[in-house]
Design a protein around this ligand. Structure first.
Ligand SMILES: NC(=O)c1ccc[n+]([C@@H]2O[C@H](COP(=O)([O-])OP(=O)(O)OC[C@H]3O[C@@H](n4cnc5c(N)ncnc54)[C@H](O)[C@@H]3O)[C@@H](O)[C@H]2O)c1
Length: 265
């Protein structure tokens, strides 16, 4: 028995990385996917790869920073399929800079793409799910919503905001048959993240060595958490933020006394 048989899933940022892996995982479990991405080539590729594997998928090109385009994305999906069972808010933009150096327009763009778009898509999809008396909303947060990294205040704020939005959506719609959960991935080997670690040479390996499990997540490992949350197996899970980070946030981050570190050093 497939776990998402007959379901319609709308996935923002579905043209790459975690969104792509989740789209393919959901499709393998019987869902039909609407890939929503600003990158038309990526969205078209993922949709055609899903179809080639025997699944159902279409795509819509959208810049989620623009409210009118979020409206069109939701309307197109509802018109095409007559329902929306799963919404995954996942697209991201990240402005970078220390707090005093971060440009206001970079801060604003980060909020537009990575928080306001999540709110607005959720707001527009909720009435559809309320009518259906069923639905699942998933939000991609990050360990960055729980702990901070240098020059990433804007990212930390949107990812913490996503967790708060998840909780509010969950408690307000729990009696309408709608569940809302967030996933907090740790470092995951996606095209987007790997680009940021490309330099200097060898940095990727240093970075991975700070994760207790000793490696990055594969996008499919995050997609599996999404699948659990989207499926009926998670019927009592709402308002949660599931951390999948190879033990990264389990560690305090304190340096260790020489000789008292992990056994692999
Ligand atoms: N990769 C990681 O290590 C990691 C860790 C924690 C959280 N995350 C989160 O996972 C999500 C996906 O990240 P990823 O690593 O797969 O990134 P990615 O760059 O590989 O994919 C992101 C996709 O979003 C699309 N996108 C960006 N801006 C958009 C916009 N304005 N409108 C529509 N689509 C847009 C891009 O075109 C791209 O296809 C993000 O929310 C990210 O913050 C990633």
């Amino acid at each position: 028995m497939m776990r998402l048989q007959g379901k319609i899933a709308l996935i923002t940022g579905g043209g790459s990385g975690i969104g792509e892996a989740t789209a393919k995982t959901f499709a393998r479990e019987g869902a039909t996917i609407m890939i929503a991405d600003r990158d038309e080539a990526g969205a078209a590729r993922v949709a055609s790869e899903i179809k080639a594997a025997g699944g159902g998928a279409e795509y819509v090109t959208v810049n989620v920073a623009k409210p009118s385009e979020v409206e069109r994305m939701v309307q197109t999906t509802a018109d095409r399929f007559g329902r929306i069972d799963v919404l995954l808010n996942n697209a991201v933009y990240t402005g970078v800079g220390r707090v005093a150096d971060l440009a206001l327009d970079e801060w604003q763009r980060t909020l537009d793409v990575s928080l306001t778009a999540y709110f607005y898509a959720t707001k527009l999809v909720l009435p559809i799910m309320v009518r259906q008396r069923a639905g699942v909303i998933l939000n991609t947060s990050s360990t960055a919503g729980l702990v901070s990294d240098y020059k990433l205040a804007a990212y930390a704020v949107v990812k913490a905001g996503v967790i708060a939005l998840t909780r509010n959506t969950a408690i307000e719609y729990a009696r309408k048959g709608i569940r809302c959960n967030a996933v907090c991935p740790g470092s995951t080997e996606t095209p987007g993240f790997m680009r940021t670690l490309a330099r200097p040479r060898g940095f990727k390996e240093t970075f991975a060595s700070h994760i207790p499990i000793g490696r990055f997540a594969q996008p499919s490992e995050i997609a599996n958490v999404m699948l659990f949350l989207a499926s009926e197996e998670a019927s009592f899970v709402t308002g949660a933020c599931i951390v999948a980070d190879g033990g990264f946030t389990a560690h305090s981050g304190n340096p260790y006394v020489p000789g008292q570190g992990p056994d692999w050093e």
